[in-house]
Design a binder for this molecule. Structure first.
Ligand code: ADE
Length: 232
């Protein structure tokens, strides 16, 4: 998979050199380009924003640098992601979907967002998805891009060494994850649930499933499938 990121803060993405995604880059599973939006400006001040038509607070990102920047990499085979609090909420389902793409392009907006014509123009040439990390406002798209790149990158075949560890996670089966324990069997007077030491695989699986259901009911009841909802 190839990933291109456009931002006015390229240094933000230096952390993608470390950990699993860093390894994926070294091994060639993930090709990453981080580009400074200001390199696509033509004026002396390298300006990327201007006041909004119609008035209002804040600044809007100018269309020209974004047009030049996206023209340099976008093809009809690209998927272009605009992180935005006004986008669809990013989920594990969307992460799985994006992990099958050949080329992802992230356009990190700042200020009050990017001139809408950039999004409309890009959508006439490639697939465009506006993605929100959640119902809160960040200062720009960089943190959201980092989250999406990590969630998608680890689903690219070969990036995570043991693919089984991907299927037993929160959200993969629609429920939150069960609690995990390792040695020692007792720590600060707290014991590991005895069932986990029993060696009864079927009973352990049943206990874990029950823990998932209880945790989801307590913390995220809206995620529970209808058949697991308690009637009251
Ligand atoms: N930019 C600002 N807020 C955001 C959010 N919640 N998700 C994605 N991009 C954003």
């Amino acid at each position: 998979m190839r990933v291109d990121i456009f931002t006015i803060f390229p240094e933000f993405f230096s952390v993608l050199d470390v950990s699993l995604l860093g390894k994926a880059r070294t091994s060639g599973l993930l090709e990453l380009g981080v580009h400074d939006l200001r390199d696509f400006t033509t004026d002396r001040h390298r300006s990327v924003d201007d006041t909004p038509y119609g008035g209002g607070a804040g600044m809007v990102m100018k269309p020209e640098p974004w047009g030049q920047a996206l023209d340099s990499v976008v093809t009809p085979a690209s998927t272009v992601i605009f992180p935005s609090p006004a986008g669809e909420v990013f989920t594990q389902r969307r992460a799985r979907d994006l992990s099958t793409r050949e080329h992802l392009v992230f356009a990190c907006g700042r200020y009050e967002g990017i001139d809408q014509r950039v999004i409309d123009d890009t959508a006439s040439r490639a697939e465009v998805i506006e993605l929100s990390l959640g119902d809160y406002v960040l200062n720009g798209g960089e943190v959201a891009t980092m989250a999406v790149v990590e969630a998608v990158g680890r689903l690219v075949p070969g990036v995570v060494g043991n693919p089984e560890s991907l299927t037993e996670e929160s959200h993969e089966d629609g429920l939150l994850e069960y609690p995990s324990y390792t040695k020692p069997a007792e720590w600060r007077g707290r014991e590991v649930p005895p069932i986990l030491l029993s060696g009864h695989h079927a009973q352990i699986a049943a206990w874990r499933r029950q823990q998932q259901i209880e945790r989801t009911r307590r913390v995220r009841p809206e995620l529970l499938p209808d058949e697991l909802r308690e009637l009251d």
